[in-house]
Design a protein around this ligand. Structure first.
Ligand code: ZN
Length: 141
């Protein structure tokens, strides 16, 4: 993969993760998907954690809104995703059929390219900006 693609993907990730953090915490706080710990928006503990990790074999789910949820730092890093408890959290948050669909998609080939990264980046930027206006009106310019 070209470095331009890597850059575009990284740039998308910034906006996607910000959207996930604002979606789940509503700009305040929420429970970690895998351990239930309360995490506050804007802290180190507020990670956008993957159920299927963002590694090459699961690339198709790297930017899946179901696959990525707010997770505490410990759960995201120390326990390498804490997958068993993460699954329990997913089932609590979504319906089982949604998780089944995710499992089916897990080994799909990623369709992501530079153009799609740029489109998605724009969409997620608009999404998080909307959430920020809704939940954090003090940041309005
Ligand atoms: Zn946790």
């Amino acid at each position: 993969m070209s470095s331009n693609f890597t850059k575009a993907r990284h740039s998308l990730k910034t906006d996607f993760n910000k959207f996930i953090r604002l979606r789940d915490t509503r700009g305040q706080s929420c429970q970690c998907i895998s351990c239930g710990k309360r995490v506050s928006y804007g802290t180190k503990d507020c990670q956008a954690g993957h159920y299927y990790p963002g590694i090459s074999i699961y690339r198709a789910l790297e930017f899946s809104e179901i696959n990525v949820n707010v997770q505490c730092f410990k759960g995201d890093y120390e326990f390498q995703g804490n997958q068993f408890n993460y699954e329990k959290g997913l089932i609590k948050k979504y319906v089982k059929s949604v998780i089944d669909k995710l499992v089916l998609q897990a080994h799909n080939k990623s369709k992501l390219d530079i153009a799609l990264c740029m489109i998605l980046k724009k969409q997620y930027k608009e999404k998080w900006q909307e959430l920020e206006r809704k939940y954090l009106p003090k940041f309005k310019l």
